[in-house]
Every structure is written in structure tokens, then in C-alpha cells.
Ligand binder design. Structure first.
Ligand SMILES: Cc1cc2nc3c(=O)[nH]c(=O)nc-3n(C[C@H](O)[C@H](O)[C@H](O)COP(=O)(O)OP(=O)(O)OC[C@H]3O[C@@H](n4cnc5c(N)ncnc54)[C@H](O)[C@@H]3O)c2cc1C
Length: 608
């Protein structure tokens, strides 16, 4: 396989060795110089295992520094961009990382962001007051997101919290179909206070908890530091709002931006600057979130070829910052709790709260809207007074504040506008090459937060787009390849998120069949492990590999289909055998004998 082909495979993450273990091979030793034919660039590759090589040129220098397992890229860059102007709309996690990808591929990049710089960070007082903006919440990044960030030298370990595990606060009287299988075999400790039992587990250990706004701000900071002359962030600027139309002209490749006057408007921007500006682009990237204006323009201009399917879940959330909890469990356990992802599952209602570096928790209270659950006792549609918030916490999450909810928090929660939490999008394309426009992140492939993949798949896509543009010189061809190879992955991620935990399609926060299937597979993988019993043995459920960049989303989906078929076959065979044994009484001894042999342990190679 040539290097280019190897790197393009990374787009679909089919060749896992290209991504992790083999990342050093592809990214360092064999990585071809960017536009090497021009002879303008100098590339130097070095690694801790001593590999180092260089190619002469005049005005650019990239350093690829790798330790044995972790691949970090330090890039210093002083060359003139040759690829043209790129506009990125949105400076969330996907937009900010895309800006770095495009700069590395040789573009001059302008990023337009509706909000102010680094707005609403916990360090700006949120944690102390407990009052949160509805747009700030903590997310959990798995190895997919972490690896994509590392490709651009963003070390999330230095500003996120490495999770030690999770704590489930369960309450008597709330029925769930089955215990969440992720927690079945790794329960560590139970603590009972009133009718709430808190169970500490190892689930999520090794993942990173980070505030979404902090993550975006840190990537923006890294982008400015690394590409000071190539990337410019324009804050408080949004695409000019044209009711019923669009101010993006995909034919003449122009966008009009206006000043955004919102709650996050940055006060130090000068008032006399031109409120509207028209920009031309060679490449337009829509990273403007789930309600993307860029996507809407694509629907208007390409109404025959570009279509969008939207699945809205109807769950609504508000944000809240919780104090350090668990003072009652002893010092050692409390240290673990400070670094744990806390969850309060209550049927359709839940409180999910990953930790901040100081041990406080940034949580979201998720309730169904009345549109999807007419008779819901608790819904943000009918909780309007602080007293009602207080009542809800007392009934559903009594230990979250270790007593009464502070009045400023119940007031803030009552006043906050609820945000819609669950949308899964399937676009017919992630790119329209004829218009030089691409969608990245929630703008092109938002997923329900049920499996915690949204930011991870978004960051992966940002990294993938960069690789396509680096490997393929022709921009149209590059984004077409990105669309072709990346879309099957983002679609599979969307389908998996809709099948997984969460969602209200089954009127329960966890789909009964999904949980039953995963639990059964977990039990079978312990009883008949594939490692000991080849061919008929069971591996742990494929869904457990969701956070690993070694597995593609469509591989996981395919394996889950095979798992489902095997389970169905087992169930059908069991009933056929049972039926036959009763129909032909003579078969009963055979069934009994088989069972006795199976239970004697000889099946597993043991027994007498
Ligand atoms: C409650 C909740 C919990 C979640 N938990 C997780 C989790 O644990 N793990 C995980 O991986 N994912 C999680 N997600 C999903 C994750 O937050 C998103 O997938 C991720 O933020 C997507 O990043 P993005 O950059 O594509 O979009 P966004 O983060 O939405 O950023 C889009 C940016 O574009 C800007 N913008 C929008 N319109 C315009 C415009 N017209 N002009 C200019 N700028 C504009 C916005 O201001 C924003 O900054 C969660 C989501 C929710 C709601």
C-alpha cells in the first residue's frame, strides 16, 4: 500500500494500525512532504526511538515528535499559505480543530464564531456560584477524541480530568429494565444514604471529563499559538440572518457575516467596526453545530441532490454546577468520587455530572418535553418556579447537594431556557465538491448523546478532513474523498447512538432489548470466552469498543449485527430442541445427557 493510500484509509479508520500503533509509521517515517513537488518546504521528522529524517526546502518546518505509544505533533510554521482562503463557521471543538487541520494543509483560515472568546468558562465564576449558562456542560472524551486532538499537538490531559470511574446514585422506587450492563461486573463499593444507593464502578476510567467551552477555548488557543499568521478567529460574528433565506452564496462562493448581539457578546469589541462584511472563500466549512446555517444553504442550493434526515429525541436539558459530593464516604473514597462521572438515572429523568478539576461537578438535568411525554410528572415545560425545582431535586436527586438546594441555584435553573438535547442527523453528503463546501461535527452528523460520541466523532472528522486535504492536492477531489470515506462512519455512529442507551423512542431511558442483548453477551463472554473456546466462544460485546479508535464505527455495527444473529440462532435452536424433545419423548434422555455433559465442565476442557 502506498503511503497516500495508507493515510486515506485512516479516513474510514478501517486500518486500525494506521491510526494508533502504526500511526508513527504513517505519520512520521513514511509521511510524504506536503506538496513536495513545489520544493518549497522543509520537513523534519523525529521520534523518541531515534528515527529522524529531513528533506530540504526553504520556508516551512514541521516537527513530528513521538513517544512509543502516544503521538504528539509539534508544528512550527512560517510559510505562506498556498492553498487559498478557507472560511470555517463555528469555533466549537469541531470548528477549532478543523481550522488547525486546514492550516496544516496549506490554507489561510478565517473562523467566524457567534459567541465571545472563551465565554462562560467555569474559571470565570461558574463553579463558585453554581449558576451555569444553558450552553455549558461537561463532556466525556474517549480515546477517539483524544487521539484526534493529539494529532494536532493538543494535549487534553493537561486541562481535562482523567476519570477514575463512575458513581451511579440509584433510588428505590425507580424501575429500570435491567441494570446497565456496563456496570454489571465491576461494582466496587456501595454507599447507602436514605433511599439512595451510590455505587462506585470502574466504568469510564481513563476517559477525560472536560467542559465543552473549555475544550473549544483550549483548541482555539493552540490554533493561535501554532499558526499565528494563518488562522484568525473573528468572535461575535455570525452568518447574516435572512429570514426564510440564506446569506451564503454557494455559486459565487461568498458569505455575509453580521455582528452577533447575544448574552455572550464580548464587551471589548469596538462598536464602530463595520457590522456586516462580505467574505469570499475557496473552501467553506460548516462547523456551526446542529442548527447549521451552512447546511441550510446546502439544502437551498442543492435541493435535488442534498437531503437531510433529522431524528429529534424530545429531551430537554438545563445546566447546573454541583458542589463536591460524598463528604460522608471517607477520605480515600471521596478522592475517587472527585474524579468520577456521577449519574442519577431516574427513568426518563436524569442528572448526569462529569467532574471539574476542583472536584465540583458540571451537570445537566435532562427531562422529557411534554410533546413526547404528555403526562410526565417532571418536564422543563412545566417547571417554572424555583420551588418546583427544589421539589424535583428533593424527590429525584436528594443527595446531589447534600441537603437543600441553594436558593440561587433553584432560581437560576427555573430561569434558564431549556436546550434541546437529542438530535441525530443523516445528511445525504458531508461535502458538495461543486460548491467547495464541507460539513464537520454536529453540523453534518449530530448524534444523540446516549453513547457520548458527539464530540468524539466530531473531532475525528476534523482530523480526517485535514488528512484528505493534505494527501490530495485538488481540493474538490479531497473533499469528495472525505465524503465518500467518512460518511459511512458518521452514519454508523448515528445509528448506534439511536439504538443505544437513552432516547425516548421506547419511552424509557434505556432500550430494553439493547440492554438485554448487551447483558446476555457479557454473561456469555464470561461463561464461554472466545479466547478459550474458539469458533463457538463469545467475545465481550462489540459496543464496548466504541471509544477505541482501533475499531471503525461500521465495523462495530457489523459485529453487533452478527452478535444479534448468533443470539437469535441460539434462542431459536433452544426452543426447537425443547419442542422436539417433548414431541419425541425419546429425545429427553439425549437432552438430559447433553445438559449433564455441559454442566460437568468437560465442555470447557475441565471436569472429571
Ligand atoms: C447534554 C449533552 C451532553 C453531551 N455529552 C457528550 C459526551 O459526553 N461526549 C461527547 O463526545 N459528546 C457529548 N455531547 C455532544 C457534544 O457536545 C457535541 O457533539 C459537540 O459539542 C459538537 O461540536 P461542534 O463543534 O460540532 O458543535 P458545537 O459544539 O455546537 O459548536 C458549534 C459552534 O458554532 C457556533 N455557531 C452556531 N451558529 C453559528 C453561526 N450562524 N455563525 C457563527 N457561529 C455559529 C456556536 O456558537 C458554537 O460555538 C453532549 C451534548 C449534550 C447536549
Amino acid at each position: 500500500m502506498t503511503t497516500s493510500t495508507a493515510r486515506l484509509h485512516y479516513l474510514s479508520f478501517r486500518q486500525s494500525h494506521d491510526y494508533r500503533g502504526g500511526c508513527s509509521k504513517v505519520m512520521m517515517n513514511k509521511r510524504p512532504p506536503l506538496a513536495s513537488s513545489s520544493g518549497r518546504r522543509k520537513l523534519r521528522y523525529s521520534s523518541s526511538n531515534g528515527c529522524s529524517c529531513s528533506a530540504a526546502s526553504s520556508n516551512v518546518e514541521f516537527d513530528y515528535v513521538s513517544t512509543s505509544n502516544e503521538n504528539t505533533i509539534n508544528t512550527t510554521n512560517d510559510f505562506t499559505p498556498s492553498r487559498g482562503n478557507a472560511i470555517v463557521v463555528g469555533a466549537g471543538p469541531a470548528g477549532a480543530l478543523t481550522a488547525m487541520s486546514l492550516a496544516r494543509a496549506g490554507f489561510q483560515v478565517d473562523v467566524f464564531e457567534r459567541r465571545g472568546p472563551s465565554s462562560r468558562l467555569p474559571s470565570q465564576g461558574l463553579v463558585n456560584t453554581g449558576v451555569a449558562s444553558s450552553r455549558t456542560y461537561n463532556i466525556v472524551l474517549n480515546q477517539r477524541g483524544v487521539a484526534a486532538l493529539r494529532m494536532h499537538g493538543v494535549d487534553v490531559d493537561s486541562f481535562g480530568v482523567k476519570l477514575a470511574g463512575s458513581v451511579r446514585h440509584e433510588q428505590k422506587g425507580f424501575k429500570r429494565p435491567l441494570r446497565n450492563p456496563f456496570f454489571l461486573f465491576n461494582l466496587k463499593k456501595r454507599t447507602k444514604i436514605g433511599n439512595v444507593t451510590s455505587r462506585s464502578t470502574n466504568a469510564f476510567s481513563g476517559s477525560i471529563s472536560i467542559n465543552r467551552s473549555v475544550l473549544a477555548a483550549e483548541i482555539q488557543k493552540a490554533a493561535i499559538e501554532r499558526y499565528p499568521t494563518q488562522i484568525t478567529f473573528h468572535y461575535n460574528k455570525q452568518i447574516l440572518d435572512v429570514p426564510g433565506g440564506t446569506s451564503i452564496d454557494l455559486k459565487s462562493k461568498k458569505v455575509v457575516f453580521e455582528r452577533f448581539e447575544g448574552e455572550d457578546t464580548c464587551p471589548f469589541l469596538s462598536e464602530d467596526e463595520d457590522p456586516n462584511e462580505t467574505r469570499r472563500y475557496d473552501l467553506l466549512v460548516g462547523a456551526d453545530g446542529v442548527n447549521s446555517e451552512v447546511r441550510r444553504a446546502m439544502e437551498i442550493f442543492h435541493d435535488q441532490t442534498f437531503t437531510v434526515k433529522k431524528h429529534v429525541d424530545g429531551m430537554q436539558y438545563k445546566s447546573v454546577t454541583l458542589p463536591v459530593i460524598g463528604g460522608w464516604i471517607g477520605e480515600e473514597a471521596a478522592e475517587k468520587w472527585k474524579k468520577s462521572f456521577h449519574t442519577w438515572p431516574r427513568g426518563l429523568n436524569s442528572l448526569l455530572a462529569p467532574p471539574n478539576p476542583d472536584g465540583t461537578l458540571s451537570g445537566v438535568v435532562i427531562l422529557p418535553s411534554l410533546a413526547i411525554s404528555k403526562n410526565a410528572k417532571w418536564s422543563w415545560d412545566n417547571i417554572t418556579a424555583p420551588q418546583e425545582v427544589q421539589k424535583m431535586f428533593t424527590e429525584l436527586f436528594p443527595n446531589a447537594f447534600g441537603g437543600m438546594l441553594p436558593p440561587q441555584i433553584s432560581t437560576s435553573l427555573a430561569n434558564q431556557k431549556p436546550a434541546n438535547g437529542g438530535t441525530t442527523l443523516f445528511c445525504s453528503h458531508l461535502a458538495m465538491p461543486e460548491s467547495n463546501v464541507v460539513l464537520v461535527g454536529d453540523a453534518g452528523h449530530a448524534v444523540w448523546p446516549s453513547l457520548g460520541q458527539g464530540a468524539n466523532v466530531a473531532l475525528e472528522s476534523a482530523a480526517c478532513l485535514g488528512i484528505a486535504l493534505e494527501e490530495i492536492e485538488d481540493t474538490k477531489e479531497a473533499i469528495e474523498t472525505f465524503d465518500k470515506l467518512r460518511k459511512p462512519q458518521t452514519d454508523a455512529c448515528g445509528r448506534l447512538s439511536m439504538a443505544g442507551f437513552g432516547g425516548t423512542t421506547n419511552r424509557t431511558a434505556a432500550s430494553f432489548w439493547f440492554v438485554l442483548r448487551v447483558s446476555t453477551l457479557m454473561i456469555l463472554s464470561k461463561l464461554i470466552p472466545a479466547s478459550k473456546v474458539p469458533i463457538i466462544g463469545f467475545a465481550p460485546p462489540a459496543i464496548f469498543n466504541l471509544g477505541s479508535p482501533d475499531y471503525t464505527y461500521d465495523e462495530i455495527e457489523r459485529t453487533m449485527r452478527i452478535e444479534g444473529l448468533r443470539l437469535s440462532f441460539m434462542v431459536v435452536s433452544f426452543f426447537v430442541l425443547l419442542g422436539l424433545s417433548f414431541y419425541y419423548g425419546g429425545m429427553q434422555p439425549l437432552v438430559k445427557k447433553s445438559l449433564a455433559w455441559f454442566l460437568s465442565g468437560r465442555f470447557f476442557g475441565g471436569g472429571a
